[in-house]
Design a protein around this ligand. Structure first.
Ligand SMILES: C[S@@+](CC[C@H](N)C(=O)[O-])C[C@H]1O[C@@H](n2cnc3c(N)ncnc32)[C@H](O)[C@@H]1O
Length: 233
């Protein structure tokens, strides 16, 4: 749980860009069908998706190309993609409809608020692909891969669930690795770029600017000293 009554530290920069009339109309039609509420009672994934399947939360989906491509490739999983950015949500909604996906829902809002609706130890995975970099030292506390956020993510993962972070900011990757390595219930580290992770829109811009993506993949394990050790992968 986030601190009761205190909003989470904001990890995004508010951006206001109006939708075209056509996009606004499609969003008005699709949002009630495919979006879950930011606040409310504990989420019942079976009620939301109409089936029981491993559930993955993708935080910061941008325009949703990667989320929808992965959802199509993972029909046995359910995915909830989160973003605050309205044009990105509108574009993802249109993609969900045109691709005929049934295993995706969206959260149009702050994922860190929404996570209060997710039952502890219930998620098969949390994905954080190219989080906002917050490069200035005085903004580092806004990074998604903070110690407090990672600890929260671990609490929501089922045993064996994965936390997958990708970034092309070396210093961000180093911070994320430091935080995850120090967590007693995570095992893993930097991995070769998995070929099952589609290139994201943000990643493409970074590659064009000469940056190199770094993938960190961790699995929730029993903390050392609590029973038989578990191999990370
Ligand atoms: C740098 S962009 C990357 C988008 C996409 N993953 C990609 O790689 O193209 C980071 C995204 O995270 C979103 N974001 C940051 N903090 C968030 C939060 N707390 N809840 C939901 N979305 C968030 C931002 O709005 C932004 O769209």
């Amino acid at each position: 749980m986030a601190d009761v009554g205190r909003p989470p530290v904001r990890t995004f920069k508010p951006r206001r860009r109006p939708l075209t009339t056509e996009r606004a109309a499609s969003m008005e039609r699709l949002e009630p069908v495919w979006c879950v509420d930011e606040v409310g009672p504990t989420l019942d994934p079976v009620a939301v998706f109409g089936r029981a399947a491993p559930l993955i939360v993708d935080i910061g989906i941008g325009f949703g190309d990667t989320l929808t491509t992965m959802a199509a490739a993972e029909p046995d999983h359910d995915l909830i993609g989160c973003d605050v950015h309205t044009p990105g949500i509108a574009s993802t909604l249109a993609r969900i409809e045109s691709m005929g996906l049934t295993n995706v829902r969206l959260l149009h809002g702050d994922a860190l608020v929404f996570l209060d609706r997710v039952a502890p130890s219930s998620l098969a995975g949390i994905r954080v692909y190219f989080p906002d970099p917050w490069p200035k030292a005085r903004h580092r506390h806004r990074r998604m891969a903070s110690e407090a956020n990672v600890d929260r993510f671990v609490g929501l993962l089922a045993d064996g669930g994965t936390l997958h972070i990708a970034t092309d900011i070396d210093d961000y990757a180093a911070q994320a690795q430091r935080v995850c390595d120090a967590h007693p219930a995570l095992a893993g580290g930097v991995v070769d770029r998995p070929d099952w992770r589609p290139e994201t829109r943000y990643e493409r811009k970074g590659l064009a600017a000469g940056r190199t993506p770094i993938d960190l993949l961790y699995r929730k394990v029993e903390p050392a000293g609590h029973g038989v050790g578990t191999a990370p992968f």
